[in-house]
Every structure is written in C-alpha cells, then in structure tokens.
Design a protein around this ligand. Structure first.
Ligand SMILES: *Cc1c(COP(=O)(O)O)cnc(C)c1O
Length: 362
C-alpha cells in the first residue's frame, strides 16, 4: 500500500478561487468586464517607473517598503509606521487569517462577502461562519449574534464585492463597539475610491479610535495595478508587529513598489477614475433597468444584475459571450442568479447594455 502525501482534510473542501475569465474561444477582441479592473489601464507614470527599475530587479526588494509607506502616509495623513504592504490585499487577508485564526478559532463574514475570506480562513484551519444578508447588505445584528467566544476575526468588505452594498459610518462604528474586544475587525475598503454615498468612511477613523480594527486597501482597482500585486493595510501597532513577523520578507516586488509610488503621484488619476465610474455606473444601471433587468445599487466599480434564476443568468452570460463580452458569474458567492459586471471604458459599457438589451428581446 502506498501512502500519498495529504493536506489537512479541510483543504480539499476549498473550492479554488475562480478568477474572471479573459478570453472567449473563437472571438478575437473580447471585452473583459469580469475582474473589476480600473477602466483606464495603467497610470502612465507607473509604466515609466516599472521600466526604470528593470536594471535593479536582480536585487531583493526592501521588504519594509519605506518609500511606499511614506507616500501612503502622506496621501492619507497616516503614520507610515502603522502601514504594512502586501502582494495585493489578498496577501494581507491570508496573513490575518493565519495569524489570528486557526483551529478552534472562528471567522465571521457575511453570506455574500468576498470569497477570499472563506478560502484563507479555511486554509488557516478556522471554521468560517457565513451570516445571511438582508437585501444584499451585511446584516450587522445577525453578524453580532454569530460571534462566539471562539470568534477572532470579522471581515466586512465596504463596499462589498459582488453585491456593491456599503455599511454606513455610524453603523460600522456601533458594530465595532458591540463586538468583543478580542475580535479583530477587518474593514476591506478595496473600492473606497469609487464610493459616492455621503454616509461612508473607508475605516481610517475607526482604526484610529480602536486598537482592534484594521483597514485594507489595494492598488488593483482604481490605481490600475492589479497585475503588479500590491495592497496595504492601516492597523494598530500590535497588529503591525504581528504582520511584520509573519509576512513574506520580500512580499512586494521592486517593480510593484515603484509602480505604486508612481501611481500615487499620477496627477488627477483617481479623480478621473472616480468621475468616469460615477457617470458610467449610472449609465450601466439605467441601461440595464431600461431593458427590464433588476440591478442592485452599487458603490463600487461594478454592478450586480439580478436575473431571478440561475438558468436565466447563465443564458445571459452565454449570450454575452457570443458577442465576446465576459462578465462574472457569482455562483461561488451564493448568487447563481446574478452576474457581476465591471464598469469598463465608455464603449464597453455601451456594448454590455446593448448586449443585454438584445438578450432580453431575444
Ligand atoms: C479586488 C478586491 C480586493 C483586492 O485584492 P488584491 O489582492 O489587492 O488585488 C480585495 N477585496 C475585495 C473585496 C476585492 O473585491
């Protein structure tokens, strides 16, 4: 009898993360609206910065990312000593789960929250508790009720992917105040730059006011650097200390650090991305609703279209693919009857509205 190497049993219960697809067989030019990437590509200054470091990449990066943390601190008025960078915010989410979770330690998330919390939490050996939502919004009372003495981490994406919903500033502060002190609250503000609702704070005030709250941010969305893998968090000193013990010592590459610093310095970049998104998120929403499709309100750079049944959502997806348009199925988020559609460049928004209008009429 041969014994094969085997992971802990829960590992094989993890469904691999399904990334947004980028090609359709037989179609030359595809329109990719499946991964919530920024609508304007790479900031020009970041392209130059990447080119400028090519001769340096034989050297290891400075794992402490001092220049980038300094630039982040300046932009948001934060103490750079309380910032930790990662290979995307996913990297930091994994580190939170591995360091604060683990066997016998539970993690609470909302039912349609970002799936990386479930994957990373399960990987860490934690039981991940998914709490049902109300009208596609995190139900904070129900999440509090799901917290037990074993809970160590609570994740809230704000805005949430894929639903697009937000939790208001006061509601989140009250939630934090009612959580036990031993629970680390992770506020994932990957889409903060796109929010237009007045009742919103990305989490900085709450991190400042408590010693058990962290905020994660990313360069993968409005900053246009998803392929570089760079994100960061703002955290209390004790959490920063933990992350610096456990993270990969060279987790952010030379090129990623240079690109991020340049992206922060790109004049008008975030303003341009937000202005486009504000306008075309509405155009997309209105266009789909005019075609009779239910669209949930969104504060992100994507909308969630609700087709009522899984069959109809799959048919809509197949119809769009026939036109070379790729959107995101979200059955893995417990929403098989919905599709998530990124607010892309102007002509791509028009193409997906035309495509789904034709689908409804077909
Ligand atoms: C896209 C996204 C991220 C960003 O992940 P990176 O690893 O930084 O690319 C984080 N959280 C949510 C909810 C997201 O949708």
């Amino acid at each position: 009898m041969t014994a094969a190497p085997s992971p802990r049993p829960e590992i094989l219960g993890i469904h691999p993360y399904v990334a947004g697809e980028s090609t359709v067989a037989g179609v030359n030019r595809t329109i990719k609206l499946s991964s919530n990437e920024g609508a304007f590509g790479v900031p020009p200054g970041a392209k130059m910065a990447i080119a400028a470091v090519t001769d340096e990449v034989f050297r290891y990066p400075d794992g402490a990312t001092p220049t980038l943390r300094e630039a982040l601190g300046k932009r948001w008025g934060l103490d750079p000593a309380r910032i930790v960078c990662g290979a995307g915010s996913d990297d930091l989410i994994y580190q939170f789960c591995l360091a604060y979770g683990g066997p016998g330690r539970e993690i609470v998330m909302s039912a349609h929250g970002f799936t990386i919390y479930n994957i990373a939490g399960t990987y860490a050996g934690s039981k991940v508790v998914k709490v049902p939502e109300r009208d596609m919004c995190a139900d904070l009372d129900a999440m509090l009720a799901a917290v037990s003495a074993a809970t160590r981490l609570v994740f809230i994406a704000n805005p949430n992917n894929p639903t697009g919903s937000i939790v208001g500033t006061e509601a989140l502060a009250r939630f934090r105040a009612r959580l036990p002190a031993h629970v680390l609250l992770v506020i994932d503000s990957a889409y903060a730059e796109y929010v237009t609702h007045a009742d919103y704070d990305a989490g900085i005030a709450l991190v400042n006011a408590t010693d058990n709250t962290v905020m994660t941010r990313t360069f993968s969305k409005v900053f246009g650097l998803g392929g570089m893998r760079i994100g960061w968090c703002y955290a209390p000193p004790a959490v920063v200390d933990v992350l610096n013990r456990v993270r990969g010592p060279f987790n952010v590459s030379v090129a990623a650090q240079a690109a991020a610093v340049a992206a922060l310095a790109e004049p008008g970049w975030v303003e341009m991305g937000k202005a486009h998104n504000t306008k075309y998120r509405q155009v997309l929403t209105d266009g789909l609703r005019a075609a009779g499709i239910v669209v949930w309100p969104s504060e992100g750079n994507f909308v969630m279209a609700d087709f009522g049944t899984e069959n109809r959502a799959n048919a809509a997806d197949a119809f769009l693919r026939g036109r070379g348009i790729i959107v995101r199925k979200i059955g893995g988020y417990g929403l098989p009857h919905c599709l998530r559609i990124t607010v892309g460049p102007t002509e791509d928004v028009a193409a997906v509205v035309d495509g789904l209008t034709a689908f409804v009429q077909s």
